[in-house]
Design a protein around this ligand. Structure first.
Ligand code: PLP
Length: 400
């Protein structure tokens, strides 16, 4: 046995070290524990495993390839950069991996409705897709402000048949949508199930979402070995709540030779309020029913956050990331709005791959790092999604 051993997490109470847990009322705790028990049972059954595997293969299009970005690597002239192509999944990002798992879990648990919040609409579209496929009604709460900003996603959710609940209270954005969705869920938690959008929230959600996303790393580790005959020297992913990153990292945690790096947005600068670098600038606190690093004011209220990538602007972060940072197993670094835009354009023009602005943060880090390394070194980047959703914004911003 190696002393370099990072499994299995979380503990029985849902803690990853000091982080995670269930900071929720006792009646809700009983409901969460029930979901946990059902999940642990159902995930073991051959029926569930077979159906999930079949859908990941035939519906999502897995395994997603690993692509050696030769022209990008040559241009930088350092380490060789590889991309795990989650952008090629049906719906265009990694979120479908856990949404499919959650919808299927709801079906196996006999739930009659799936309820969720969405911010920019990415989670909403992925979940509405999975619910249409599985044949279970889906209700998505979205801030009125976001509804007006994210029209294409709103339209898709409607087409996919979900019930969209506009939330007008408070600032009419993500936080209010979470509150509204949770209230709706609590009206009948026996028949409804909440489907969270990342590795956040009270136990067991961070574990469930991580497990469903970890298919990324299982595939990637094997694919990389087959291609290169060894493990990558670095693996990296962007971190908002942290689901695509945990999806890639989990399978590599016990590989001592692999340096693991999560990349958060430094936005307009870490010395300004306009960033979302929870790991670098946050302090221990709690948000949405769990303990983690939080960007917060002196009263423990979450601060407003900013990123050019709307999928990354969350003032908390998944509890397992916090623990892995404290253990020094994963490093957390940042990329700015400008670096993200540069990486977005470079990958588009040198490789013909338009990355999501979220994913472009990890690409930006890889570009920066590769220049300091030699061609015998390798970096594997999780390309969490495609950037068609960002094309209009970027072209306007850059005056294309
Ligand atoms: C939502 C999203 C993210 C951020 O979410 P994580 O839970 O941190 O992975 C990253 N990339 C894309 C493409 C997304 O849609």
């Amino acid at each position: 046995m190696s002393s370099f051993d990072f499994g299995p997490m979380p503990d029985k109470e849902g803690f990853f070290g000091q982080y995670g847990g269930q900071i929720i009322p006792p009646e809700l705790k009983a409901i969460m524990d029930e979901i946990n028990t059902a999940y642990e049972e159902i995930r073991q059954t051959p029926d569930f495993q077979e159906e999930l595997q079949m859908l990941l293969t035939d519906f999502v299009g897995r395994p997603s390839p690993i692509y050696f970005a030769r022209r990008l690597s040559d241009k930088i002239g350092g380490a060789r950069i590889f991309l795990k192509r989650e952008d090629l999944n049906h719906t265009g990002a990694h979120k479908i991996n856990h949404c499919l798992g959650e919808a299927l879990l709801a079906k196996f648990m006999g739930k009659t409705k799936v309820i969720a919040e969405t911010g920019a609409g990415q989670h909403g579209v992925a979940l509405a897709t999975a619910c249409a496929l599985v044949g279970i009604p889906c209700e998505i709460h979205m801030g009125q402000v976001d509804i007006e900003k994210e029209h294409p996603n709103v339209t898709k959710m409607k087409i996919l048949g979900c019930t969209l609940i506009p939330v007008t209270r408070g600032t009419a954005t993500l936080k209010d949508a979470v509150d509204s969705a949770f209230e709706a869920y609590l009206k009948d938690p026996v028949n409804y199930i909440y489907a969270i959008g990342s590795v956040v929230g009270p136990h067991p959600f961070p574990k469930i979402v991580r497990d469903f996303q970890s298919v990324i790393g299982r595939e990637a580790r094997q694919q990389f070995m087959e291609k290169e005959g060894k493990l990558p020297d670095y693996i990296t992913a962007c971190v908002g709540g942290g689901s695509n990153a945990m999806g890639l990292f989990t399978e590599f945690l016990n590989d001592e030779s692999v340096t693991i790096v999560g990349v958060e947005p430094s936005g307009k600068g870490l010395d300004t309020p306009y960033h979302s670098a929870t790991m670098t600038k946050g302090t221990q606190g709690e948000i949405h029913g769990f303990k983690c690093y939080v960007l917060q004011d002196s009263n423990g209220e979450p601060l407003p956050v900013h990123s050019i990538a709307s999928g990354l602007d969350y003032p908390g972060v998944g509890p397992q990331h916090c623990h892995l940072k404290d253990l020094d197993r994963v490093q957390y670094d940042v990329a700015s709005d400008q670096e993200c835009l540069d990486a977005f354009m470079m990958l588009s023009r040198v490789e013909g791959i338009i990355p999501a602005l979220e994913s472009a943060h990890a690409v930006a880090w890889a570009i920066r790092k590769a220049a300091t390394l030699g061609p015998d070194q390798t970096i594997l980047v999780n390309l969490s999604g495609r950037g068609y959703k960002d094309a209009d914004y970027v072209s306007e911003k850059l005056g294309l």
